[in-house]
Design a protein around this ligand. Structure first.
Ligand code: ADP
Ligand code: MG
Length: 232
């Protein structure tokens, strides 16, 4: 089976001439199915640039990127969008739930886009909410939920389509310690169930929970290490 992510010699350059910024300088990275990877680095190290490319939201200046065996660096916009919807579940720092819309309807939305029929949509969305421990809150709207609960709804929305990869950008950046722990526990459980997770984070205690820690400095990977499990 092909790796979930297979990235070779990625570079990304912004601007030109005097103003050229080399945001990524030759990043190579393979992530196998079932891994749990944290990417850390200081501000300006290239995390968002890498995240956008891994998430098929942007294309590299050079290098290749295979997502679940598909060479996405060669895809045109429309195909890129299709690959993204099919293969990646995104989790954002700011949750990005639709306001005044129930948790259930939020989680159903990606299935609606995928053309799944209402009854099956409902069943799968409820199952995903159950996985994150929020089945009883299915009818609540985002403003009736705590930050940690909202982020868990966002995790349910990300996993309901059964993507090859869960990709999270600073998922605990807006959460207090208690809610951070709740979300990290959900990630632990999802990974134990076989889900592949890549998260970008500033927080060392969040990075410590992953199985593998990658550190970016000035657009290059300087550390890539396996970590012993942490039992919180
Ligand atoms: P991080 O997310 O780790 O803070 P970024 O990937 O956002 O790092 O940025 C890496 C480098 O690329 C920085 O020097 C940043 O200023 C530059 N950069 C990022 N996006 C752009 C852009 N759209 N145009 C020009 N420079 C950019
Ligand atoms: Mg950033």
């Amino acid at each position: 089976m092909s790796p979930v992510l297979d990235v070779r010699d990625l570079t990304k350059t912004y601007g030109e001439g005097e103003a050229t910024v080399h945001a990524l300088r030759g990043v190579s990275l393979t992530v196998e199915r079932g891994d749990y990877v944290a990417i850390m680095g200081s501000s300006g190290s290239g995390k968002s640039t890498l995240m956008n490319i891994l998430g098929a939201l942007d294309v590299p200046t050079s290098g290749t990127y295979r997502l679940d065996g598909v060479d996405v660096s060669r895809l045109a916009d429309r195909q890129l969008a299709l690959a993204r919807n099919r293969l990646i579940g995104f989790i954002f720092q700011a949750f990005n739930l639709i306001p005044r819309t129930s948790a259930l309807a939020n989680v159903e939305l990606p299935l609606a886009y995928a053309g799944i029929k209402p009854r099956q949509r409902r069943r799968r969305a409820l199952a995903a909410l159950d996985v994150v421990g929020l089945a009883e809150r299915a009818r609540h709207e985002p403003n009736q939920l705590s930050g940690g609960q909202q982020q868990r709804v966002a995790v349910a929305r990300a996993l309901v389509t059964e993507p090859a990869l869960l990709l999270a950008d600073e998922p605990t950046g807006n959460l207090d310690t208690r809610s951070t722990e709740d979300v990290l526990t959900v990630f632990d459980q999802l990974n134990a169930a076989g889900r592949t997770i890549v998260i970008i984070t500033h927080e060392p205690e969040v990075g410590a929970r992953a199985k593998r820690l990658i550190r970016l400095v000035d657009g290059q990977i300087v550390h890539d290490v396996r970590q012993a499990p942490v039992f919180a």
